[in-house]
Design a protein around this ligand. Structure first.
Ligand SMILES: *[C@@H]1O[C@H](CO)[C@@H](O)[C@H](O)[C@H]1NC(C)=O
Ligand SMILES: *[C@@H]1O[C@H](CO)[C@@H](O)[C@H](O)[C@H]1NC(C)=O
Ligand SMILES: *[C@@H]1O[C@H](CO)[C@@H](O)[C@H](O)[C@H]1NC(C)=O
Ligand SMILES: *[C@H]1O[C@H](CO)[C@@H](O)[C@H](O)[C@H]1NC(C)=O
Ligand SMILES: CC(=O)N[C@H]1CO[C@H](CO)[C@@H](O)[C@@H]1O
Length: 372
């Protein structure tokens, strides 16, 4: 009887330890500095030859290395070799944690608790990705806790015009079955709009391959509808069915067959996911496969929306990234789980206001594997 009990305890302990990585497989190095503040890089490793690098500047994921079906490792996210790259004006938010509010706030203004706030305009008359000096350009504090890298940020009252001091916590964990689990939490001292996202640019053939490989990827998104936008990419409030349109990705589609048919030269659209949970439970969001390498990515989240962006606007000469690679139009795709864009200005969109005493809790799982 007691032996049986010991066996049960042991096997459940084993189950846990096998599902997650050990603390000693997270390593830390110094990665330059910004305004005399040291930037740290953490490398999470699992027992399946997969690695993820995250840095404290912007809580940015700088690399994800994962094998193909023959075991060849490729780095599948776009990025820069060093901090100078991330600081440059060319950086299109590669790998960053975006806050306080991902995507656009129309006219850079909103009302919370009867008071109007104007936030910083950095995209014409609108506010994009938290403003001019949003969370993606701040140096986060970081520690290793158990098998997670935990980054924290205090965003003071009036930061970029937003109300209330907000404390944000983002944790990164890599499991032995290829799941990069990112959990973003926040508390605020005043009611404030908040909706964070993760902004990685993926190319499962490898970051240095280009549009010709991206077009071979197959994608499916678990969405029956999407939010219509105006010419400045601001939602009109209309939620439209995907049926019989280029937004219908409910069955696997090849990027090369659909991307050029999207008005505007590629996807930059928010898809509405079936349901969201505040308790951290996750739903299937999307799956992408690169057939010749076999590398696959499955995305799960507790959020109501996902922005699909196919790197449509890149300077004509490209962006020089890691190892001298040049990134051009359609070099990669982003799947940014989020609330609907501009939710603060649309009553029919999910709530986007965090009240004092409540917790914002956003979970996203990126599961990397191979398909035979
Ligand atoms: C916000 O900007 C508008 C003009 O766009 C201005 O009328 C208003 O006074 C501003 N409000 C605050 C609180 O600064
Ligand atoms: C990091 O922690 C220090 C010490 O607690 C604090 O002064 C600083 O504001 C924190 N930085 C951020 C970005 O939250
Ligand atoms: C993409 O890469 C392939 C192989 O390196 C090359 O042949 C092709 O010209 C490149 N295309 C573009 C648009 O850069
Ligand atoms: C989100 O994940 C991507 C990679 O999957 C990474 O580039 C980015 O920095 C992450 N940041 C967060 C927690 O939003
Ligand atoms: C619907 C959703 O998940 N969006 C979230 C945006 O942020 C607010 C504040 O935490 C949440 O209440 C919403 O649920």
């Amino acid at each position: 009887m007691s032996r049986f009990f010991v066996f049960l305890v042991f096997s459940s302990w084993l189950g846990t330890s096998m599902a997650t990585i050990a603390q000693e497989s997270i390593t830390t190095t110094t990665w330059g500095s910004v305004n005399d503040q040291e930037i740290k890089k953490f490398t999470l490793r699992n027992n399946a030859n997969q690695e993820v690098d995250v840095v404290t500047y912007g809580a940015v994921i700088t690399a994800i290395r994962t094998p193909d079906r023959e075991g060849n490792i490729a780095d599948v996210v776009l990025g820069f070799d060093n901090i100078e790259g991330y600081l440059s004006s060319e950086n299109p938010y590669f790998g960053a944690t975006i806050g306080r509010v991902a995507n656009r706030i129309g006219k850079a203004t909103f009302v919370v608790d009867g008071q109007r706030y104007n936030v910083s305009k950095n995209s014409g008359e609108n506010s994009l990705h938290g403003g001019t000096h949003g969370w993606s350009s701040k140096v986060w504090n970081a520690t290793i806790q158990d098998d997670c890298v935990v980054m924290t940020l205090v965003s003071p009252d009036d930061d970029e015009g937003y109300p209330g001091s907000v404390t944000a916590i983002v944790s990164f964990q890599l499991t032995n079955d290829g799941e990069l689990r990112i959990e973003m939490k926040a508390h605020s001292e005043k009611a404030t709009p908040i909706n964070l996202t993760n902004h990685s640019y993926f190319n499962l053939a490898g970051h240095a391959t280009n549009a010709s490989e991206l077009y071979k990827h197959m994608i499916t998104i678990n969405a029956d509808c999407w939010t219509v936008t105006d010419s400045e990419s601001i939602p009109t409030g209309e939620i439209q069915s995907v049926v019989n349109t280029i937004m219908d990705l409910r069955n696997l589609k090849k990027f090369g067959d659909v991307i050029d048919k999207v008005p505007g030269g590629g996807y930059d659209n928010n898809f509405c996911l079936p349901k969201s949970y505040n308790d951290g439970k996750v739903n299937f969001v999307a799956k992408v496969v690169h057939p010749s390498s076999g590398r696959s990515l499955k995305v799960y989240s507790n959020q109501p929306g996902v922005q699909l962006y196919t790197t449509n606007s890149v300077p004509e000469n490209g962006i020089v990234g890691k190892n001298g690679a040049k990134y051009f139009k359609h070099a990669a795709f982003c799947l940014e789980t989020q609330n609907y864009p501009d939710a603060i200005n649309h009553e029919n969109f999910p709530n986007s206001v965090l009240q004092p005493g409540d917790t914002y809790n956003h979970v996203v799982l990126y599961k990397f594997g191979v398909k035979n």
